[in-house]
Design a protein around this ligand. Structure first.
Ligand SMILES: O=C(CSCCNC(=O)c1cc(-c2ccc(F)cc2)cc(O)c1O)c1ccc(O)c(O)c1
Ligand SMILES: [Mg+2]
Length: 215
């Protein structure tokens, strides 16, 4: 097909959503992915759990690993008060290009810093480059085998401090067994599983919320 799936998602947003209205962007993407083409957005069911965690944490600085088309970036940013922001990392330049336009359409660009590159390369530079002390919330939704190494890297870089909340997507499907084992058995995390479904399907999936307890 001539266009890519992310391009078709952007087109659905431009056709169905209102500029400056983040909820209409979320609704347009969910409708397209449920009725036209499945895509790996966190989706509406797990998205509601994400919303409740964001509201509970009321974070000032959020790190999102894995932007894709910006769906969860918009979900998070729409709940942030003035002065709070989400830094979102995306490895794939084509995904990043679409996400920038989706975020712009939602009118939330002032609350979002989209960074193109590999999480492993960028995490060590977060403090220096963005003036971040520590993240209040980290949403993991990138390569599943990078969840554990990047969590350890965030710890080593002092970007996870007492009270930081990690929220991980896809801990069942596709699955992140080594990450789950780590956060569930570590004395430094208090972990809980939110059972749900793989976006737009009946398959089981869920989010794991892990609070860092300090050293
Ligand atoms: O795709 C990637 C890796 S980043 C996206 C991570 N997310 C997922 O993989 C992901 C996958 C699924 C899922 C997929 C198929 C199933 F049958 C079931 C579940 C669901 C999710 O919610 C996800 O978040 C990438 C990166 C750089 C590149 O250059 C590139 O070509 C591709
Ligand atoms: Mg996901």
């Amino acid at each position: 097909t001539r266009t890519s799936r992310p391009q078709r998602i952007l087109k659905a947003v431009q056709r169905k959503a209102t500029v400056g209205d983040p909820q209409s962007v979320i609704t347009a993407i969910d409708h397209f992915c449920r009725h036209r083409e499945w895509a790996m957005n966190v989706g509406d069911e797990k998205g509601s759990i994400l919303d409740s965690v964001v509201n509970e944490v009321s974070p000032v600085t959020v790190l999102e690993l894995g932007t894709y088309c910006g769906y969860s970036t918009v979900r998070i940013a729409r709940l942030l008060p003035p002065g709070a922001c989400v830094i979102t990392l995306e490895f794939n330049p084509d995904y990043a290009a679409i996400a920038r336009q989706v975020i712009k359409w939602s009118g939330l660009e002032d609350k979002v810093q989209l960074v193109e590159g590999a999480s492993g390369d960028w995490i060590p530079w977060m403090k220096e480059h963005f003036g971040v002390q520590a993240f209040d919330l980290v949403f993991l939704d990138h390569w599943k085998e990078r969840y554990l190494p990047d969590t350890k890297l965030l710890e080593e870089c002092g970007l996870i401090q007492k009270g930081t909340v990690l929220l991980a997507d896809n801990v069942i499907c596709p699955g992140t067994p080594d990450y789950l084992e780590y956060v569930r058995n570590s004395p430094h995390y208090n972990s809980q599983y939110y059972r749900s479904h793989l976006e737009y399907t009946k398959a089981e999936d869920g989010l794991e919320k892990s609070v860092f307890l300090g050293y």
